[in-house]
Design a protein. Structure first.
Lengths: 264, 281
């Protein structure tokens, strides 16, 4: 009898909040409390740790002014373009390397060497090539995002079930049909993963470039707030950026996740 | 004993004429298929049986046009095969459904490739889904089906391309015995209904005797035609025939041939394993 209670569906007995959720909330509250304590303690230089109230005010101020949205649109445009360019190139290169043993032996090690290199070291070159405007930021974002997408696509291409390729060939599929009806759908999980990683590094690359040399974009606003020592505003922007990144990642993940549930 | 039939292109739809397949390996060249000749008549069910390593699957890939051969000719209705041919439909041993496509979209795949309009290909796909007995599963995805059902989806997909010759490589090998027998009945029923010319590659004697009009027994490496046996059992046949006396005689006869080859294969493998490590290099 005692054992039957174990098979009761979880949903029926689960509390409104699981212990994990409670713990997470507790951690956030603790951090906020420690933060607030530090800001009032006077142990640190003024405004290095501004009070939550000040950050809240700065956040409202930030979100009620058009200037922020303009710069957000600039950065989003740069990241989007970088993801599109770098992702497309990465996909093409990855599929080519994955499909051709000779090319992959010849070139893939370069991808592995250059992949982890911090792309910011190429920024001076990008400025010389594409100027101080959005061009150089897009170029750096593109460069960052190219590598994870290319490497995942190449690996994904090699993981394709060989039988499925033989099925396509036995039905005399053309090269284009093989790519669009077999290779790409069979690689959807590694590709989505690559795009997810690519989005992350494109965001990093673009923002990093903006903090170095620019006159618009979120990176510019953040570094501007820092250099005028407007700490509450800087923290407010970091919080918004943090939330936006989580949202973007969740969006790409959901895109892949739904696919996983419905179509394995 | 029937000698290996000389190809008679007049009444045979598939002709395998003196086919030789040789692979180059680091240890030298290996002959997988050694001057094999046979023909398949329209509407006939022919099985190719042999021990593991006799080059059955190589032969399957050569006839399907997925693998080149060293010498000889394979022709379908008088046309020499040079790559996958539209008259030949292959069913693979391995899991081969597309996991991202529903049952209907899987079966409609070959029709999609030739550009058939959507409404028409869905209707045709439904027909073949119903033929393999999967009514009601049209919108399911392969991961929601059992292994036997997935193999039926693969069969329906190949049948949907309306091949003149259905070429199957141990399509039931990965299934349990009961499913295998029931699916065998289904295949036989469909084959008789469509008068589908079928070439089955298998190592299962019972399966081969139950289904075939003729059985081609292959030798262990290099794969040659050892014997072609006519199976003179009444049709329609179901798995119930397995208990009959005539059936038992055929099984015993083919097993006698196969036993010899299979034990040669076993000795050969044991010899390979007895070799001290490193002697190869």
């Amino acid at each position: 009898m005692a054992d039957t209670s174990r098979v009761t569906p979880l949903a029926a007995t689960a509390p409104v909040m699981s212990p994990v959720t409670l713990l997470r909330i507790a951690i956030i509250l603790t951090v906020l409390a420690v933060w607030e304590l530090l800001s009032y303690s006077g142990w640190l230089y003024r405004d290095v740790v501004p009070s939550l109230l000040a950050i809240g005010r700065a956040l409202i101020d930030l979100l009620t002014h058009g200037e922020y949205y303009f710069n957000l649109a600039v950065t989003a445009g740069e990241v989007g373009t970088a993801l599109l360019l770098g992702g497309t190139c990465g996909l093409i290169v990855g599929i080519t390397l994955g499909a051709n043993r000779f090319l992959s032996k010849a070139f893939e090690s370069y991808l592995y060497y250059l992949g982890p290199t911090p792309k910011i070291i190429f920024f001076p070159i990008m400025i010389m090539w594409f100027g101080v405007g959005p061009g150089s930021k897009i170029a750096l974002g593109t460069l960052s995002c190219f590598f994870p997408v290319a490497l995942s696509a190449a690996a994904g291409m090699r993981q394709i079930d060989k039988t499925l390729i033989r099925v396509g060939k036995s039905f005399r599929a053309s090269t284009a049909q093989m790519v669009f009806k077999i290779y790409l759908p069979a690689m959807r999980h590694p590709i989505i993963n690559g795009v997810r990683l690519g989005l992350g590094v494109a965001l990093i690359g673009t923002l990093l470039a903006e903090t170095k040399l620019s006159n618009k974009g979120i990176g510019f606003l953040i570094i501007n707030a820092y250099s005028t020592f407007d700490m509450p505003r800087m923290y407010a922007m970091l919080i918004v950026l943090f939330i936006l990144s989580i949202g973007a990642n969740a969006f790409v993940g959901r895109f892949g996740g739904l696919d996983t549930i419905r179509r394995n | 004993m029937t000698p290996p039939a000389a190809p008679q292109s007049s009444n045979e739809i598939l002709v395998v004429d003196d086919v030789l397949v040789r692979f180059d390996t680091p240890d030298g060249s290996v002959t997988a298929v050694d001057h094999v000749s046979f023909g398949v008549r329209p509407g006939e069910f022919l099985s190719v049986i042999g021990p593991s390593g006799c080059g059955k699957s190589t032969l399957f890939n050569v006839i399907g046009g997925l693998l080149g051969h060293t010498a000889g000719v394979v022709s379908v209705a008088g046309e020499t095969i040079n790559g996958p041919h539209q008259s030949i439909g292959m069913v693979f041993q391995e899991e081969s459904t597309f996991p991202w496509r529903s049952v209907t979209d899987n079966v409609a795949f070959p029709l999609e490739l030739i550009g058939m309009p959507k409404a028409q290909r869905i209707e045709r796909a439904r027909h073949f889904i119903s033929l393999v007995g999967l009514d009601g599963f049209e919108n399911r995805y392969p991961n929601e089906l059992s292994g036997g059902m997935r193999q039926r989806v693969s069969l329906a997909r190949t049948l949907a391309s309306e091949p003149k010759i259905l070429l199957m490589d141990e399509p039931f090998a990965a299934l349990d015995e009961q499913t295998r027998l029931l699916l065998g009945d289904k295949v036989l029923q469909i084959q008789q209904q469509l008068k589908q010319t079928t070439l089955l590659i298998t190592h299962n004697i019972t399966e081969a005797v139950q289904m075939s009009d003729r059985i081609l027994v292959m030798t262990y490496r290099p794969g040659k035609v050892k014997r072609i046996v006519d199976i003179d059992l009444p049709r329609p046949r179901t798995s119930e025939i397995v208990g009959s006396e005539a059936f038992g005689r055929y099984v015993a006869q083919i097993w006698a041939d196969l036993r010899e080859e299979a034990s040669r294969g076993m000795r050969d493998e044991e010899d390979h394993m007895m070799q001290p490590a490193g002697s190869k290099s």
